[in-house]
Design a protein around this ligand. Sequence first.
Ligand SMILES: [Zn+2]
Length: 260
Amino acid sequence: MMPAMGKLEIEPVLCLKDNYAWLAVDREEGVVAVVDPSESEPVKRALEARGLKLTHILNTHHHMDHVGGNLALKETFGAKIVGPGKDAARIPGIDVGVVEGDTYDMGGHRARVLEIPAHTRGHIAFWFPDDSVVFTGDTLFAMGCGRLFEGDPPTMWSSLSKLTRLPDSTRVYCGHEYTEANGRFALTVEPANPDLQARMADVKATRAKGLPTLPSNIGIEKKTNPFLRAASPEIRQTLGLGTAPDVEVFAETRRRKDAF
Ligand SMILES: [Zn+2]
């Protein structure tokens, strides 16, 4: 298949309280996808307002606030559902199960599949290298990471490390607007990080206007996200873990966030 000529336009659809479903649209190629639709109605309204019909649903993991809209949207539009092959039994209406290393061609926009378990066993990311976009679900958040419901710290550390190996310019679209709360925690473990201080000032201003803080990108996350910064001397000093392995620093950071 030829690479798509059009651009993937990405817009948030606010669902539930603080979930984002993401519309990814290339009108030229007739691609209208939604990533992680928690519920169907807000997505339908967003599509109607734009005169669009859904062609694809991409799911990063099985939690209801990411797949709750699957069946109603599939029934209305006949959209194809693509999700984690290793968790197919927990993805309502799944048509295509994908695994690590797979490439899924969505109207010429190629998604590479990365398995990034620990928040759930089957969690995946969809990375569109030609579009410089990655959908990270509840694994990598802006300045945060997901809770470890179905995996241990080494598993999450390895999942996050896989994401940090993507190009710095890759835009990060995650599942929730948790950025400001994440940043408040980040400042407790790395208060002197100037990039973090500057980002938090931006984030506060953005949220004061009621706007989304996303997308982020991999480069900004590497500079400001404490869960990717186990090597930071300041974080190690805060946690009292001078020369511990990175994975232990990550694990302690996650424990502190759970209690924050
Ligand atoms: Zn989740």
